[in-house]
Design a protein around this ligand. Structure first.
Ligand code: BG6
Length: 483
């Protein structure tokens, strides 16, 4: 693998994301030789850490995520890390950071390449981007920036943030990260759709009855109540992960596999996305909050959550497109906290076909993303002892050995940033359309809240979410396949 020279600056270097995801992923890329002798990482955050302390943290992070490591490698890798205590609003701190980056660039021959990573609370993204520009932190080589979600709180704030970032970076150098795009089964959607005549030929409005995307979580909001209560399931999961999945499911075949062709195919689809009217929001969307097992409020009692909160921990809804292979096919989605189990899955429900046996089932294609990865197609055949019809699954499954080889999403995506491949990142034009949709739903809900009697279904924990989510289907013959 190519050895990429770079000085990487992580804003949020003492945080949870850096510790759990970025440091282990960087170590794996180091072991593969993608970054090796010519790189340095500056971790910044408010805490007064030393270089040495950061290196210990990096080393701990690697030991926590790897069973076996070469201790000399860990030491050598950690020696490339530097800590800079940093207040994001303090101009002088950016000057110091700039100097340190230049010194490290000289020491490691990083060729003026800079990679900035926004891994701290999103409210600081804009301030940091502005200072990167004002204090000219960019280098003389490549300059790339990775931005964590959420990218804005609505379209207006996303546009503002984008303006602040594009003051220093070109669109091609902005990597808006969505960790779902690094998942094995999400990366499998395009090859599955476009290499199998069996699947590609039925992926049409004539054959597909509906598509269902479920991202279910067993956990509640845990320690993130403060953030979550200002966000909700729609912004936290639909605006990014669910919309990216739906885009991959509904987009036309790209001309080729280049990042620009794939983003173009996505954009062609998204231009035809139907934005719901307030009446449609009322009819086609359900929001909910989890209760405790004893049927009393539970979300509203979480730490840092407003006891009168109208924030949803569950949402179900519908999207349709005017163009693309599944134009006009309803795409239903739902996501929620405190479901019966962790399960991320997609069901492609095919239309029923009249046949002489009468009782045959429709074929469905299911893609399970997490916690297991598999694809299966339901298929009809003859029962052995009667002329009746039985239903079986044709399954494409990963073995344990194969699963063990699947890199973590962050490792994949960081790799892509280093090699400048933005295929699996969110383009501004996509994000904009997603926010337009989300804003419409949020506005409709806001109006309902203001009228004083918002429809928020309270649901029991560790089941399948509110029963009202079954009322959004267009026809009585439709239902959630995963129940
Ligand atoms: C994050 C959300 O983006 O995705 C979290 O902010 C959620 O609320 C998480 O728990 C789910 O990701 P995964 O990979 O565990 O399905």
């Amino acid at each position: 693998m190519k050895n990429i020279p770079v000085v990487m600056i992580i804003f949020g270097g003492s945080g949870d994301l850096a510790h759990r995801k970025l440091y282990p992923a960087l170590f794996n890329l180091y072991e593969q030789g993608l970054i090796h002798d010519n790189f340095a990482v500056i971790g910044t955050a408010r805490r007064p850490w030393s270089h040495e302390y950061l290196r210990e943290q990096v080393s701990d992070a690697i030991h926590e995520t790897h069973d076996q490591v070469d201790e000399n490698d860990v030491k050598r890798f950690a020696s490339h890390f530097y800590y800079q205590s940093h207040d994001v609003t303090n101009v002088e701190h950016y000057e110091t950071l700039k100097k340190l980056a230049q010194e490290l660039d000289d020491r490691y021959s990083a060729q003026g390449n800079r990679l900035f990573y926004m891994a701290m609370a999103p409210r600081f993204f804009g301030t940091i981007a502005t200072h990167i520009n004002d204090q000219s932190l960019t280098g003389s080589g490549f300059n790339r920036i990775v931005v964590e979600k959420p990218f804005g709180h609505d379209l207006a704030s996303a546009e503002e943030l984008n303006k602040e970032i594009t003051a220093s970076f070109n669109e091609d150098d902005i990597f808006r990260i969505d960790h779902y795009l690094g998942k094995e089964m999400i990366q499998n959607i395009m090859p599955m759709r476009f290499t199998n005549p069996l699947i590609k030929n039925i992926w049409t409005s004539e054959n597909v009855k509906n598509i269902q995307v479920t991202l279910a979580e067993r956990l509640g909001v845990e320690a993130r109540g403060g953030y979550y209560d200002t966000s909700g399931a729609l912004r936290d999961m639909v605006q990014n992960h669910i919309f990216q999945i739906i885009t991959l499911l509904a987009m036309p075949e790209p001309k080729d596999l280049s990042s620009s062709s794939i983003h173009k195919a996505k954009q062609d689809l998204l231009e035809s996305m139907i934005i719901p009217t307030p009446e449609e929001v009322e009819k086609d969307f359900v929001r909910g909050q989890y209760l405790g097992r004893d049927n009393t409020f539970a979300y509203k009692k979480e730490p840092n959550v407003d006891p009168e909160s109208t924030t949803e921990t569950f949402v179900a809804g519908k999207v349709k497109f005017k163009k693309g292979p599944v134009a006009d096919v309803p795409i239903y989605f739902r996501t929620g906290k405190e479901f019966k189990e962790k399960k991320n899955r997609i069901d492609i429900v095919l239309k029923h076909m009249n046949n002489p046996y009468g009782q045959a089932h429709s074929n469905n294609i299911t893609i399970e993303i997490d916690p297991v990865s598999k694809i299966y197609i339901t298929i009809n055949g003859k029962k052995i002892d009667t002329s009746g019809i039985r239903r079986e699954n044709l399954t494409y499954e990963f073995s344990k050995e194969e699963m063990a080889k699947v890199p973590d999403g962050y490792e994949r995506l960081l790799h892509d940033v280093f090699v400048d491949d933005s295929t699996n990142f969110t383009h501004w034009s996509e994000l904009k359309r997603y926010w337009e949709f989300i804003d419409t739903v949020e506005d409709a809900w806001q109006k309902e809240n203001e009228k004083g009697n918002p429809k928020i279904s309270q649901y029991l924990p560790y089941r399948m979410g509110p029963k009202e989510a079954s009322d959004i289907f267009e026809s009585p013959t439709e239902h959630w396949i995963y129940e």
